[in-house]
Each structure stands twice: as C-alpha cells, then as structure tokens.
Design a protein around this ligand. Structure first.
Ligand SMILES: C[S@@+](CC[C@H](N)C(=O)[O-])C[C@H]1O[C@@H](n2cnc3c(N)ncnc32)[C@H](O)[C@@H]1O
Length: 505
C-alpha cells in the first residue's frame, strides 16, 4: 500500500450509532464515537494487519473496529472502566454458547427469585449482615451525596451485591461476560438513574452521562434488578452474535488475523513502548472541562475493584475535576499528548483527531503539535447534522456546538515552517470570505466555526481569534442569517445592511 498516495476523506460520514450492537446498548460510556465513522477511517487509511492505535480509547470503538477489520487494534486509556468495557466487548466471542448458558443458569438459580422477592417488598431498610458491600468511598465534591453507598437505595445495594458475589464465584470468559452485564445493570440500579418522561420506567439514563455529575433523582426509581440484569445479558448476546459472525466471515474469506491489545497508560508515557510502531491513529482526546472521566467512573471502578494507577488523577487530560487541574496545564498536556501520538506513528502514515470546543487555543495546541511533529493537515471534516440527543434539551441552541471536526494529518516527517502571520487578513474579513464560499442558503454553525479555526490557523492569525459563543451568534445574525432551532442550522435570510455592529473581540 502506498500510504502517501491515499486521498484524504473529504466528506462527512453520517453517523449510524445504533446499528452496531457491539457498541450500542452494551454498556454506557462518555462521548462514544459512531462506529461507522471510525471504521470507514480505518478502512481508508490502513490495510489488513496494520497497527491501529487509539491513545484516548474510551470504550474501545477504534481498537474494536480495527480488530474486527483484520487489523491490530491497540486500546489505551488511563481510566480502568474504559478498558474493562473495551476488553469485555472483545472477549464476548471467547466463551462458547454452552459455557455462557451454563454460567447464566447458575446465576439465575442462585439469584432470580431472591432479587424478585426483594423488588416486591414494600420497604427494605436493613442490610442483612452477610451482604458484602463495596468500600464506602468519598464522592467528588460536585456529587449530591457525600459517600458511595448513598448512591443506592438499600434494595439496590443488596440486589447488586447478591448478583455480583455469585458472578465472582464463576470463572473464565463466561464470568467476564456476566460481569459486563452486571456492570451495565449498575448504570441503571442507582439513584442517579432518571426515567425518561412518558416512557417505561426502565427507559432513561444516569445523570452521570447527561450532566456529567452525580445528581440524585428527585424520586429515584427502583427497577427490578433481575430484569435489568437479564436485559443487559440479552444485549450482550446480540453483541456477541454480531462479533462472532464478523469473525467467522473473515475466517471464510480473507482469513482471520485480527489482534487486540489493551494498555492503561498516560498517553505521554505510552510513546516509550510504541515509538514509530503504529500505522494509523484515530482518537478523540477529552474536550477540556465538563467530563471528569475518572471521578464519574468511580461508580464502576470502586465496585468492580478497578484501581486507577495512583498517578492517574494528576495525569488525566481534563480541566477541573477533584484535582482542580488548570486550563494552562490542559493546553500544554494536550500539545504533549498529540506530540506523543505523532512520535508513535510511523513516518508516511496518517493520524485523525476528533475535536470540538469554543476555546480556539485548544485547537491551536493540536494543530501546532502536529505541525511541530512533521504532520501535515490534509483534511478537516465537520461531522455536522448529527446533533447529540441531549442537544434537544438545551437552551440557546444556536451557541451549542453539536458536531465535531475530524482533523486528519499525514506524517511526512518534514518539519514544516510556521506560517508567517498574514498582516492583511482581518478576522472579520475571514468570516465574510468563508460565508461567501458557502454554497446554498443553509449552514451548520459548527461547520463554519471549524472552517474559521482551520483557515485562521493556516494563515497564522489563530492567536488573535477570540470569538465567544455570543459573538459568533450575533455575527451570523448581523450578516443576515437566521437560526432554525428545530433543525439546528442557519438559514440565509435578508442581508441586514448594518454590519458595523459585528463584534469580534
Ligand atoms: C473523549 S473520551 C474517548 C471516547 C472514545 N472515543 C469512545 O468512543 O468511547 C477520552 C478518553 O480519554 C481518557 N483519558 C483522559 N486523560 C488521559 C490520559 N492522560 N491518558 C490516556 N487516556 C486519557 C479518558 O479516560 C476518556 O476515556
């Protein structure tokens, strides 16, 4: 394969989140990437047996898709929960049907009736003395409650404990599968779970994934623990069937040589192990604040006994969190992480980074690190038109960035010279120029924003671009565009004559 000759992908790939049972509905995780977008990138930039790395792997979409496409997928994440999910999904095909149903039968015999009886009880206040509970650790300051046990009702604590203790007595791949089902059930059997209004009580999600904190539901629902566990088990069986048939298909056609490795290191440290070994990287680093992955994964890590390495909290690439990590530190570690990623990539290979943020300095850290590592920006695709579900509930949607940009670089290894600043380009002109290039009468705000960032960076004026959400919205309005909140896009209307009030700070 001549990697240099590859023409970069230029068009948005519509997201098909729900089609792959191996990712959708198996176990919740934060900002999971649509599998088909990731898979199409892997297929485009690599060939079979290539090593594909995601240094910020999350729930493992990149490494799992690489593995199933006959590549060697390398998953890395500093958060043990992320690796537990990714390894769990890959491991689904490892046990036979007989083993799985035998193990499930044992759990059913030992727990189903007890759990159903607990669910039926009108009140259940006392925890029986033989129940083994997880450590009652302190929760992050943003949590509504102080300690771990307060995240659960007594019924939930006892039911989860009974189930987990039985699963712990099993072994092998079927035990791991059932533990993944238990962990998926844990996401619903706690007081942060909020039922979706007007739907069955079991439909909904945890505040951990919607508002990124431990918010306790005003009226916590107590779902039937056995049914929840059983539904997670059924979802895993569907995921397993899909994975097994994909592997079988490969075996019959190209031959099966997919591989999967899992690492739990800080990205910057991973480079010592993978220096110039990787054929393609597809990754989305944390986007600044909002999500403290480790803090929010305490719910799982504690009960599953998954301990992050002691230095993980201070190495996590976030702003804030319990450690109160600063923005300055985030920017410099983001730069170092992208530099480290390029150092793991072979020369003459490709790297894609997914990102979105209003803070242009974060983009600058990524773009500068790539350039300083001999990476040439070859494409910037906005994944627009796929607003995330929580968008529908947000106020002031016009300033919500609901689509990311996928920046793809080719590592030529040539050290590029920094663009001299273009003194004649004013930012206001740049925006007007880009709007003039827009075909048709509609545009997505995120697409324009991404194009502004990339164009300003290329012209060496990114440092000066200080545009706030409000400025951006006013700017478009003043240029005669109107926001359609239903479709989350901008429509060109009458051009307002007075454009002088455009404010670009
Ligand atoms: C945006 S998420 C990735 C989600 C993933 N693309 C998926 O589809 O599930 C970013 C991930 O980076 C991890 N992370 C944060 N800081 C890290 C670090 N210093 N080294 C390695 N991983 C880190 C977080 O735990 C989180 O899982």
């Amino acid at each position: 394969m001549n990697y240099e000759q590859i023409k970069p992908l230029e068009k948005r790939i519509p997201a098909a989140r729900q089609e792959a049972k191996r990712h959708y509905g198996v176990h919740p995780y934060f900002t999971r990437r649509p599998y088909n977008v990731v898979r199409d990138h892997i297929l485009h930039y690599t060939q079979e047996r290539d090593i594909v790395l995601d240094p910020f792997g999350g729930s493992g979409v990149t490494a799992i898709e690489a593995y199933l496409a006959n590549r060697i997928g390398v998953q890395n994440d500093i958060n043990p929960l992320a690796n537990f999910i990714a390894e769990g999904i890959v491991g689904l095909s490892e046990a036979s049907d007989d083993e799985i149903f035998y193990a499930y039968g044992k759990i059913e015999t030992a727990c189903k009736k007890i759990l159903q009886d607990i669910h039926q009880k009108a009140s259940f206040e006392e925890i029986p003395p033989d129940i083994i509970l997880p450590p009652n650790v302190r929760l992050p300051r943003t949590a509504d409650v102080e300690n771990y046990h307060e995240l659960f009702t007594t019924k939930q604590l006892v039911s989860l404990s009974i189930l987990k203790n039985e699963i712990d007595r099993l072994n092998g791949a079927s035990q791991k599968l059932l533990l993944l089902a238990w962990s998926g059930a844990l996401a619903r059997l706690n007081k942060t779970f909020i039922s979706t209004h007007g739907r069955a009580a079991s439909r909904g999600g945890s505040s951990i994934f919607s508002i990124y904190r431990y918010k306790i539901a005003r009226q916590p629902v107590e779902l039937d623990a056995w049914s929840v566990f059983e539904s997670r088990f059924i979802a895993l069986l569907a995921a397993r069937k899909e994975i097994v048939s994909l592997i079988e298909l490969r075996k019959r056609t190209a031959g099966w040589h997919g591989g999967f490795y899992c690492k739990s290191r800080d990205v910057i440290e991973l480079q010592s192990e993978y220096s110039e070994k990787v054929d393609y990287i597809f990754t989305d680093p944390p986007y600044g604040g909002h999500i403290s992955y480790l803090d929010l994964s305490t719910l799982w890590n504690v009960w599953l006994g998954l301990d992050p390495v002691p230095e993980a909290p201070e190495k996590e690439l976030i702003v804030g969190g319990e450690m109160g990590l600063t923005e300055e530190r985030y920017k410099s570690r983001l730069y170092q992480s992208i530099t480290a990623s390029f150092s793991m990539l072979k020369k003459d290979r490709w790297l894609s980074v997914v990102f979105q943020h209003w803070n242009i300095e974060y983009f600058k850290a990524i773009l500068d690190a790539a350039r300083d590592s001999g990476g040439e920006l070859r494409s910037a695709i906005s994944q627009i038109g796929d607003p995330i579900w929580s968008m529908h509930k947000k106020k002031g949607k016009s300033s919500v960035l609901a689509g990311e940009v996928i920046l793809t670089f080719y590592k030529s290894g040539k050290m590029c010279v920094r663009e001299p600043q273009h003194p004649t380009v004013s930012l206001e002109c740049l925006v007007v120029e880009l709007l003039a290039e827009t075909n048709g009468n509609i545009l997505y705000g995120e697409d324009l924003f991404n194009r502004i960032v990339v164009e300003a960076w290329k012209r060496g004026v990114l440092d000066e671009l200080k545009i706030t959400k409000e400025d951006f919205t006013h700017l478009l309005e003043n240029l005669g565009w109107k926001y359609d909140p239903q479709k989350h896009l901008w429509i060109k209307g009458m051009l307002i004559e007075q454009q002088s009030s455009i404010s670009l700070k």
